[in-house]
Design a protein around this ligand. Structure first.
Ligand code: ITT
Length: 202
């Protein structure tokens, strides 16, 4: 059974493919030209639904099952910023690295050597059976510097609870055991398996 991902983020595609091994996982960009999706909801869940709906409609395939991930990091000392604005923290049309360094600078400006922080992932699944959403969270802290090159996005400045290294330094299997995305995806996998069952596939 095929799962179409409504994301242009290669880090997300890599992680979702690794965590959804029971299904054929295809980014929508392999099926059509990528297009801009305006994410103007005020929650992760709202933005995940906007992305999943946009791709589901564009596919024009009644049998399609679309999965979208909206995620971000919330830093306590910054009153929860960047939160739902994580992809645009350094401005419009910026890279993951621009956002990472902007958050490092924001922490330095606060004069702290660390702050509690957490990642959130909202995952929306849309198919002819309906719309469903699930969430996952990962808690830890951020530091005003980057360490390591693994993961993506803000990982080089994020230290998960119970560890001393950043996700930039820790192996991918540590992140996949702990992450906001893996927690949400384990629920999403159950939802997709249920759709499969409803459709009578083995
Ligand atoms: P799509 O909307 O196409 O899925 P995006 O990168 O714009 O891609 P979001 O709007 O959900 O995705 O923004 C998520 C932001 O949070 C983005 O800057 C990511 O780099 C960051 N982020 C999300 N999950 C992360 C993770 O597991 N590790 C590091 N950074 C993460």
């Amino acid at each position: 059974m095929r799962l179409v991902l409504a994301t242009s983020n290669r880090g997300k595609v890599r992680e979702i493919k690794a965590m959804c091994r029971d299904f054929e996982v295809v980014p929508y960009s392999e099926l059509m030209d990528e297009f801009e999706i305006i994410e103007d909801a005020d929650t992760f869940k709202g933005n995940a639904l906007i992305k999943a709906r946009a791709v589901y409609v564009a596919l024009e395939d009644d049998e399609a099952i679309v999965l979208a991930d909206d995620s971000g990091i919330s830093v306590d000392v910054l009153d929860g910023a960047p939160g739902i604005y994580s992809a645009r923290y350094a401005g419009k049309d910026v890279t993951d690295k621009d956002n990472l360094y902007a958050l490092v600078e924001a922490l330095k400006a606060e004069g702290v050597h660390e702050s509690e922080a957490h990642y959130t992932a909202a995952i929306a699944i849309i198919s002819k059976e309906g719309e469903q959403t699930v969430h996952g969270w990962m808690y830890g802290k951020v530091i005003p510097m980057t360490r390591g090159e693994k993961g993506f996005g803000y990982d080089p400045m994020f230290i998960p609870e119970g560890f001393e290294q950043t996700l930039g330094e820790l192996d991918a299997d540590v992140k996949s055991a702990l992450s906001h995305r893996s927690k949400a995806l384990s629920l999403a996998n159950l939802l997709v398996a249920n759709i499969k069952k409803q459709r009578g596939h083995r």
